[in-house]
Ligand binder design. Sequence first.
Ligand code: DGL
Length: 273
Amino acid sequence: MDNRPIGFFDSGLGGLTCIPSLMKDMPCEKIVYFGDTARTPYGSKATTTIRNFSMQIADFLVQNNVKMIVIACNTVSATCLEDIQFKYPKIPVIGIISPAAEKISSRSCPDNKIGIIGTKVTIESKAYEKSIKKLNANLNVFSTPCPAFVPLIEEGIIKNDIMDMTIKYYLDDFILENRIDTLVLGCTHYPLIRSNIERIYKDLKIINPSEEIVHRIKKCLEEKDMFAKGSDYENVFYASDLSENFVNMIERIFNATDVNIKFKNLDIETVGG
Ligand code: DGL
C-alpha cells in the first residue's frame, strides 16, 4: 500500500483528459497535477527546451512526494521519457506512447489504415511508428502533425466552426488519401475535440491514449503493491499560469468546487540548472 499521490504533468490542460478514467477506475488514488500553461505549447519547440522544462517539472513533482510520475503528454514522452526514468530510478515513470501502441497493435490487423495525429515534435520523432512496429511490423501506419489544435483548445475554441474548419483543414485529405479507418489521438489535448472529429468523420474508429495510460498505471501499482487505500492527501492542480480555461476544465472534470487549485510559478532562471 502507498497512499502518496500520483504525479501527472503536461504542457497545459491536455493531461487532464487522463484523470476521469483514473478516478473512475482507482477512486482511492490522489493526484498532484502540473500544467505548464505559461509555456504551452511544447509541440513546436526544440527538444532541448522540452527536456529542460520537463526535468524542472519532474523535480517539482518529486519534491511533492509523488509515488509515480505519469507523463500525460505525448510530446514529452516522445522526447525525454528515458531521461526522466534515468534521473529517478526509484520512482516508476510512465509515458503515454507505449500503452497506446499496445492497444493499437492488439486491436488492428494489416488491413487497417492507422492514422496518428499529434504535435510536430511527436510526429517528427516517429515514436508511435517505432513503438507500434516493434509490436506488430505488419501494420499500416500514417501520421500527420496538427499544430494549430493545441493553441485553439487552450483558448477554449472547441465547440464551434473555427475548430471544425481547422479539423477539416488538417484531416480531410489525410483521411481520404490514406483511407484511414483508425485514428489515434496522439496528443492529450485532442480528446477535447473527439466529438467534433466523430461528428465530421462518422465511420472512424478512435483510439484515445489518455484512456490507455490508465491501464498501465493500474498494472504498475498492482505489480509494486502501491495502491492507495484511502488517504488524507488531497488532489492538487498546479499551473505555471492559472488560466481561466484550466480552472474551468478542472471544475468540469470533478463536477465539484472542493478541488484544491494552487498557483505555482516556475523559476524560469533555473532551466537547465
Ligand atoms: N498535450 C501535449 C501532447 O500530448 C502537448 C501539446 C503541446 O503543448 O504542444 O503532446
